[in-house]
Design a protein around this ligand. Structure first.
Ligand SMILES: Nc1nc2c(ncn2[C@@H]2O[C@H](COP(=O)(O)OP(=O)(O)O)[C@@H](O)[C@H]2O)c(=O)[nH]1
Ligand SMILES: [Mg+2]
Length: 250
């Protein structure tokens, strides 16, 4: 979909829902969308920030991420199935006893669909479109008062391939030069939890900077060129893939 198409979809959600949940991957909370904040504010909607995939963070990191957000936010994991009760409670408080419609938005792959499915549960009633409802949209009844829009809105990523790779919105094979992106990921992992990174790749205790680490990962994982030289490109793709799959907790 072109960027314009995404924004049409986002406007439709903001138009139809009085509460907008913005999903942010807890591993990169700095990627909060200004555009969404503006759109939601201009439309006079309520904005609820939720942090996804918190199973990938230590509790200590999660708490510091929540503090750093500077806006009220909730944490959940669709994988571990935590955070739902609190989210429903907050939605009810925000609803003030009225009927409300809730929409979910966020960057690609932050876990929007997983959140919708998790909130919906297995036996959720899909409410068919009817008069007064936005056409072509399905609603899930979360409670007597709360309807959740079945399809989440994708916020287009503003920058280049590095961001796309971090968001798992592009395959490591398609990022162009994977090495600078792998360095970025390794720096991030090193600053958060170097010990875990080194253990994950079985690198021993003294591993040096991101360049040394990538080289060691290549050797350790048998990513070698002819003559036994480390294949840095392949190691970089491996690191990007591991990041995208959430294989390394921070
Ligand atoms: N570890 C972890 N992975 C998750 C969680 N929620 C979603 N994912 C993974 O993140 C990827 C994107 O999820 P999805 O719900 O499709 O994201 P969407 O593109 O925002 O709708 C998938 O590979 C999911 O398995 C979570 O709570 N924990
Ligand atoms: Mg989705």
């Amino acid at each position: 979909m072109k960027k314009k198409g995404y924004f049409t979809q986002l406007r439709k959600i903001v138009g139809a829902c009085s509460i907008i949940i913005e999903v942010i991957d807890a591993r990169f909370p700095e990627y909060k969308s200004r555009a969404i904040e503006k759109l939601v504010r201009q439309a006079g909607r309520k904005h609820l920030v939720v942090l996804s995939k918190v199973d990938l963070l230590s509790r200590k990191r999660m708490n510091s991420v929540i503090t750093s957000m500077k806006v009220p936010c909730l944490a959940f994991s669709a994988k571990k199935r935590t955070g739902k009760a609190k989210m429903l409670k907050v939605l009810h408080t925000m609803a003030h006893g009225r009927d409300v419609k809730v929409g979910v938005v966020g960057f690609p792959n932050v876990g929007k669909s997983s959140l919708v499915n998790y909130l919906a549960g297995r036996r959720a009633a899909r409410v068919s479109p009817r008069a007064g409802h936005t056409r072509g949209v399905q609603w899930i009844r979360l409670s007597e008062k709360i309807l959740l829009m079945d399809s989440a809105g994708v916020i287009p990523i503003p920058e280049g391939k590095g961001r796309l790779a971090l968001h798992a919105a592009i395959a490591p094979e398609d990022v162009g030069d994977p090495v600078p992106i792998a360095y970025q990921i390794l720096r991030k992992l090193m600053s958060k939890n170097k010990g875990r990174l080194l253990r994950y790749y079985d690198l021993g205790e003294k591993a040096g900077n991101e360049e040394d680490i990538l080289e060691k990962i290549a050797v350790r994982r048998g990513k070698l060129r002819r003559g036994g030289f480390p294949n840095i490109d392949d190691a970089a793709k491996l690191v990007i893939r591991d990041w995208q799959k959430g294989n390394i907790r921070i």
